[in-house]
Design a protein around this ligand. Structure first.
Ligand code: HEM
Length: 146
């Protein structure tokens, strides 16, 4: 069918390298993710008390691990992420969690992971992450408005 005109390529190896780099240099990325997320959306802090304050930390951990899982899963099996988002996005909408926070948390995870990439790979890795986030933003739009 000729040469693809899609310049927004997701380079799986670069994304995977950034995950490895993040794990090596940061270990648990969760505290940095929320530092970044709440710097942008301080008012979103209370959303994590939605199940009761005793579940605040568990919920924070779970949403970051779910975000990481879906990013990794997308590289191999994007249709699996479609299935997850198809049920969980309406679930978040029903919980009155504005989608800007859902996408904001995805961006914060992506940023923290991408920031650990060494300089020589930074530009290409960052471009891949942008393309991946664009796919996720499109899924959020698709399943929050259906
Ligand atoms: C500010 C952002 C977010 C908040 C406040 C939030 C909050 C919640 C809450 C309250 C639940 C219901 C949990 C329960 O009933 O036990 C939930 C479920 C879920 N969330 Fe989030 N979420 C956020 C972002 C995300 C993101 C970015 C993802 C990415 C994949 C995600 C994935 C999921 C999944 C897969 C479930 C279903 C998990 C299950 O029922 O075990 N969430 N979320």
């Amino acid at each position: 069918m000729g040469i693809t005109r899609d310049s927004k390529m997701i380079d799986k190896a670069l994304i995977e390298n950034s995950f490895e780099q993040a794990a090596e240099t940061l270990g648990d990325i969760t505290p940095l993710v929320y530092e970044q997320f709440f710097a942008q959306f301080p008012e979103a802090e209370e959303l994590f008390n939605i199940k009761g304050p005793q579940f605040n930390a568990d919920l924070k951990n779970k949403m970051v691990s779910d975000a990481l899982y879906t990013f990794m899963e997308y590289l191999d099996t994007p249709e699996e992420v479609e299935i997850v988002f198809k049920y969980t996005i309406p679930q978040h909408v029903d919980l009155n969690i504005p989608m800007k926070y859902f996408t904001g948390l995805l961006s914060a995870v992506a940023q923290v992971v991408c920031d650990t990439t060494p300089d020589q790979d930074k530009a290409a890795t960052s471009a891949s992450w942008s393309a991946l986030l664009a796919k996720f933003d499109a899924l959020v739009v698709k399943y929050s408005t259906e």
